[in-house]
Design a protein around this ligand. Structure first.
Ligand code: ADP
Length: 406
């Protein structure tokens, strides 16, 4: 049996299927295949079902390699990925008697096969010439699915349910977003994008990433648990209890988080009360980075299907052009949501009529009891020209100063 090479470069989708597709049951046992005392998924160079896009990011230098699992047409396969004149992906073949091999001799376990390839310095296939030089070990973010115990469902996300959970090692309470197993690979990739963005950030007003679980399905994102849940629900449930200063404090927290994101060149693109979380001290944390982009300017090319129209700046709706100043527009809407204690913006208007009226110069009136300076700030955030809007640094300074006067 010869080895199948899946692709020759990171961006290609060239697929050479294995000549004899291996049945799911057989592969399951490959993941479980014990190497010494350890199942494959405990090897530090085994990255579970980490999507190819992430894998390619990890393989930086010539000869870097790792092993992962991929699901194709409902069949699970174990793949060796190597950085070698681009990126090469080799499916591990099984022999009739349950051994594992590439082109060379078969071995009783995947670990032994990989060790042999590494130590012998022989190419994985003659054609590829790829030699294994350095195993890429799991990053500290890559948790094992068994490291978390799911406790109760606390929300519903776009990709799957959200759970309160506990980390086995530290007993820390966490929130876990799960990704439905049935979603296509493309969606799973998008799901993990949030984890990739969040792992770089560390700020009290940005929800913290603890890790991603990709050792097996379902893939999950583990985050700090923000006990009050969504800011929108919190505002609605406790509408009669807030002082003006508390509402301003929420605006200040959100501005602090957004100022940090702007300094990191991150455009959130979906800032709204539903995507903020609130903790026990009424501190707001920006969450839901599913649409975020790390760019100074982002032009949408993949259609505007799921755009939150009532939160989105006109230049993004009309020309697909996103910058941090679009987030500033959305921040103005978030301020309005906070002071209206969770009302829906432009209520009674459809998305398209709200859009038309905004283009014609309409702006929402101030919610009852909004301090006039805060409303003035909202209106500045809703300037038709992005350049006339304040940056988050300025917004933060203004809100902080107003709070001191309260
Ligand atoms: P998605 O990005 O898939 O739309 P969300 O981020 O909107 O998912 O999460 C859905 C819901 O789950 C939120 O509205 C909130 O109630 C809950 N939730 C999400 N993350 C957390 C967290 N870190 N702590 C507490 N609750 C959370």
């Amino acid at each position: 049996m010869s080895t199948s090479e899946l692709s020759t470069c990171s961006s290609s989708t060239l697929e050479l299927r294995p000549k004899a597709p291996v049945r799911k049951k057989r592969i399951r046992s490959m993941v479980m295949s014990f190497t010494g005392n350890r199942p494959l998924y405990e090897e530090e160079w085994f990255h579970g079902v980490l999507p190819r896009e992430e894998v390619v990011r990890l393989l930086k230098n010539k000869g870097d390699f790792l092993v992962r699992e991929t699901i194709r047409n409902d069949e699970s396969q174990i793949v060796l990925s190597v950085s070698w004149n681009g990126h090469k992906h080799f499916i591990i073949q099984t022999t009739a008697d349950g051994h594992y091999r590439f082109e060379g001799p078969p071995f009783p376990s995947i670990k032994e096969l990989i060790m042999h390839q590494h130590q012998s310095e022989l190419p994985v296939t003659v054609k590829s010439g790829a030699i294994l030089r350095r195993p890429v070990l799991r990053e500290r973010w890559e948790l094992s699915n068994d490291d978390v115990i799911l406790l109760e469902k606390i929300g519903r996300g776009n990709f799957g349910d959200v759970y309160k959970a506990k980390l086995k090692s530290t007993k820390q309470d966490v929130a876990v977003k799960t990704c439905r197993m049935t979603l296509p690979e493309e969606q799973k990739r998008k799901f993990l994008q949030e984890g990739r963005i969040l792992k770089q950030y560390d700020h009290p007003n940005i929800v913290k990433l603890i890790g991603i679980c990709v050792q097996k399905q379902p893939i999950m994102i583990v985050m700090e648990l923000v006990p009050g849940g969504s800011l929108l629900n919190f505002l609605r449930k406790n509408a009669n209890t807030f002082t003006s200063k508390q509402l301003m404090g929420m605006c200040k927290d959100a501005a602090a988080g957004m100022r940090y994101l702007e300094s990191k060149n991150c455009i959130h693109r979906d800032l709204a009360a539903r995507n903020c979380l609130i903790d026990f001290e009424n501190s707001v944390k920006i969450s839901d980075f599913g649409m975020s982009r790390e760019e100074e300017e982002y032009i949408v090319s993949d259609g505007m299907k799921q755009i939150p129209v009532k939160w989105t700046a006109p230049e993004a709706l009309n020309f697909g052009k996103y910058t941090s100043l679009c987030d500033v527009w959305s921040y103005g809407i978030l301020m309005w949501e906070i002071f209206s204690k969770g009302n829906t913006p432009y209520s009674g208007m459809s998305n398209s009529s709200a859009r038309e009226r905004i283009d014609a110069g309409y702006r929402m009136p101030a919610p009852e009891n909004t301090p006039p300076e805060m409303y003035r700030l909202m209106l500045k955030c809703w300037s038709a020209e992005p350049e006339s809007r304040p940056h988050f640094d300025e917004i933060y300074t203004v809100v902080e100063a107003l709070m001191l006067r309260e």
